[in-house]
Write a protein that binds this ligand. Structure first.
Ligand code: DGJ
Length: 730
């Protein structure tokens, strides 16, 4: 419920368990008052919370004196801070006026509260009917810039969804050189920060650090959300665990450059901001034009990280993913990348498909290398015509063969790229991003297409469409294998070059929107050199995302833990691959690889005709396990019981059905420890008073959760098992 108290000038948003409160200082400045546990009765609060703005602590009250406005602007807890006029902390917005000057002052101009939530034009965002929105308009007098702040809450969620839109209602062109989406400000409580970091093959490892003066930044200027950082930032009260402590989290629904910053100020307050990175960003705003900044999800948990995770999982399942596949079991796929790399043809793929279908695998995905002259990664991106030397008789012949085996067929694309060694580049060298007078930088021997050109977007879409309509293709893997440099366009005018980075991301969204609209039954999986574009923005278009090119079962434990912190398990692309692992050279048991891949969209990434007979015969059992656990993976509540990243020996996570009747506990011993005979696992999320059966024995839910279940120490490293927990119905 959202209310505005006319008398106190306080806005209050109440979700099931939280309250978010803002107020107007002196009727003008929008200040942040409170975010946290629900303050009490729904709606109008008896307490006038305006005292929490502490306006009398600053010598300045705007309507009474102008003596020390600077000290007010420097310490007031702003809801949407602006730069250049006295707030020296991290700001959300700054503009360059028609006079070339930087600075603005945003004051309250009005608000509206309405049912539902408006779409963010061209951008991914949460959706749904059971929702209420508060839109507050702020205005800067001299430039005529209006900023519309939007706050939405869903009946069934504890998240607050924020976005901001700039409208030039003045008469002169202005340039936005910084426009973030949200700010969250509070008194410091010796907070720690939690964020996700890594590299190619090591995405989204959790990092937790004490927060101190100077602040903490996590960011990407790589043209994508990136392997390296993740558009997520949380402040945690000291000692916060899975079950206790307070968490203030921000997650950005965007797939391009981002900035997230936590800043401890000299007044011992904490300001957190999140939005499009101001580097490589300048947006021209002509009179009457508007700019929409993407959505940021805010989550507060008063019960530790576990409750934060549940809020994100449920929000993304119920209000972000749109694909009909989110309700369905995903086909168990086999991808030929690690099986063949570029060295394949119809015969090889058909042989893999035959053996795969015999074992119960449901879809063949043909990865990179099927088009142009692509026999390595040094050519042909942009030439999306089938290589008939590899696939004689064309794509349809192969697809039909695969369909005859009762399997679906999927295909790989990298639509945003162009190889200098391609027909496309010879015809249109100006279609590649480049800085005037410089040779653009190659990465993986490829360049990035200039998607600010409408004809390039149409060309790319036409290629995708031609291939998809030429044969019965049920799945597309959309890859992006390099980060973006040379952000220059030979198409955009010079005063709009600063728009290019964001325009690239918008064009990717537009292309994917066209694709899933024209092919509504298509299963789309996003990917970026592994998991560099695993972000909430992509989830709006594809219900699953390839998590990492690192398919080693041990490395995956850490990558998947960081990913599961925010994302429902059913969105996480996870495959069983061959050993020694191609990235780290480690050998782990086939069974363990299978169990680790169960916590995602299960599949294989190996040459099934070449693995040992013993391993091959384990495949039907693994598929049966995937089918058995698929409803839990899709709809269940995830609990982190133990973290290998933290303890360096073993990992344990549990998924419990929403009605608490079944659970599966995934246990992986990475390293055996001498003299540790068993481990006590304290389960969670069960009904304490109900009776459960586990491995033929009966326990109360309370015994399993508070006293714990014993896991006999297996012998040897890399051992895994899944323990079933089933409620005994009276
Ligand atoms: C990177 C992806 O993550 C891999 O799975 C594979 O598709 C390659 N690109 C192909 O170039």
């Amino acid at each position: 419920m959202i209310v505005f108290n006319e008398k106190t000038k306080i806005f209050k948003l109440d979700t099931k368990a939280t309250s978010y409160v803002m107020g107007l200082a002196d009727g003008k400045y929008l200040g942040h008052i409170y975010y946290g546990k629900k303050l009490g009765a729904q709606g109008q609060d008896a307490t006038d919370l305006s005292y929490l703005m502490r306006i009398e602590e600053s010598p300045f009250v705007p309507s009474q004196n102008m003596r020390d406005k600077a000290s007010f602007l420097d310490n007031f807890q702003m809801e949407y801070p602006f730069g250049g006029t006295g707030d020296f902390r991290e700001s959300c917005i700054n503009v360059i006026s028609a006079d070339g000057q930087e600075g603005l002052e945003l004051v309250y101009a009005g608000h509206r509260i309405y049912q539902g939530k408006e779409k963010l034009e061209g951008l991914p965002a949460t959706w749904g009917n059971n929702c209420e929105t508060l839109e507050i308009t702020l205005e800067d007098g001299p430039t005529g810039l209006k900023v519309l702040l939007s706050y939405s809450i869903f009946e069934d969620s504890d998240a607050v969804l924020r976005s901001a839109k700039a409208v030039n209602s003045g008469s002169q062109t202005i340039f936005i050189n910084r426009m973030l989406s949200a700010c969250l400000e509070m008194d410091n409580e010796a907070f720690e920060v939690l964020s996700l970091h890594g590299s190619w093959g090591r995405e989204r490892h959790m990092a937790r650090l004490p927060l101190t003066y100077g602040g903490y930044t996590t960011e990407s200027i790589r043209g994508e959300s990136s392997h390296q950082d993740h558009p997520f930032l949380a402040a945690l009260t000291p000692g916060c665990t899975q079950e206790s402590g307070e968490v203030y989290a921000m997650h950005f629904v965007y797939s391009g450059n981002f900035l997230a910053k936590a800043q401890v100020t000299c007044y011992d307050t904490l300001r957190m901001v999140m939005g499009i990175h101001p580097d490589y960003f300048r947006w021209k705003l002509e009179p009457g034009a508007s700019f929409q900044a993407p959505e940021t999800v805010l989550v507060y948990s008063g019960q530790g990280l576990g409750a934060m995770t549940h809020t994100f999982h449920d929000l993304y399942r119920n209000h972000l993913i749109r694909s009909s596949y989110k309700e369905k079991d995903r086909p168990v796929l086999i991808n030929n990348w690690e099986a063949t790399y570029f060295d394949f043809d119809t015969d090889k793929l058909t042989a893999i498909a035959k053996e795969a279908s015999r074992l119960g695998i449901e879809m063949l995905v043909m990865d990179d290398g099927w088009f142009g002259n692509r026999n390595s990664d040094n050519c042909s991106l942009g030439d999306w015509t089938v290589n008939e030397e590899k696939l004689p008789g064309g794509l349809k012949r192969l697809v039909d063969e695969v369909h005859k085996l009762g399997m679906k067929f999927g295909i790989w694309f990298e639509p945003e790229m162009i190889s200098p060694d391609s027909k496309l580049y010879k015809e249109h060298p100006d279609w590649a991003l480049q800085l005037k007078g410089r040779t653009p930088v190659l990465a993986r021997e490829q360049l990035v297409l200039d998607l600010s050109r409408p004809e390039v977007v149409d060309y790319v879409y036409g290629c995708l469409r031609n291939i998809l309509t030429s044969a019965g293709i049920e799945y597309v893997k959309w890859d992006m294998n390099r980060q973006i440099t040379d952000i220059g366009s030979s198409y955009l005018p010079k005063d709009q070059q600063g728009e290019l980075s964001h325009r690239h991301t918008l064009a990717v969204y537009e292309l994917q929107e066209r694709l899933i609209t024209e092919f509504p039954d298509l299963l789309l999986e996003n990917c970026s050199g592994g998991g560099a574009r695993f972000d909430p923005g992509m989830l709006y278009y594809s219900p699953q995302i390839w998590c990492s090119d690192d398919t080693d079962a041990v490395e995956r434990l850490m990558i998947q833990e960081g990913t599961q912190l925010l994302y429902p398990l059913s969105t996480i692309g996870a495959h069983v691959s061959d050993c020694p692992n191609h990235m780290v050279g480690r050998v782990t048991p086939f069974e363990t690889r299978g169990i680790v891949a169960l916590a995602g969209t299960f599949g294989y990434e190996l040459d099934i005709t070449k693995i040992s007979g013993q391993e091959r015969e384990m495949v039907p059992g693994q598929i049966a396990a995937y089918k058995k656990y698929a409803p839990l993976v899709r709809d269940g509540e995830y609990y982190r019981i133990a973290s290998y990243q933290e303890n360096h020996f073993f990992d344990c996570y549990e998924i419990v059905s929403k009605d608490k009747s079944t659970a599966a506990v995934f246990c992986v011993q990475v390293l055996a420890q001498p003299n540790v005979r068993s481990r006590k696992l304290k389960l969670r999320g069960l009904d304490a008073d109900a009776l459960y059966e586990v491995e033929g024995k009966q326990y109360s839910g309370g015994a399993l959760m508070y006293a714990g279940l014993l896991w006999e120490r297996p012998s040897g490293d890399f051992q895994a098992k899944v323990v079933d927990v089933r409620r005994i119905e009276k």
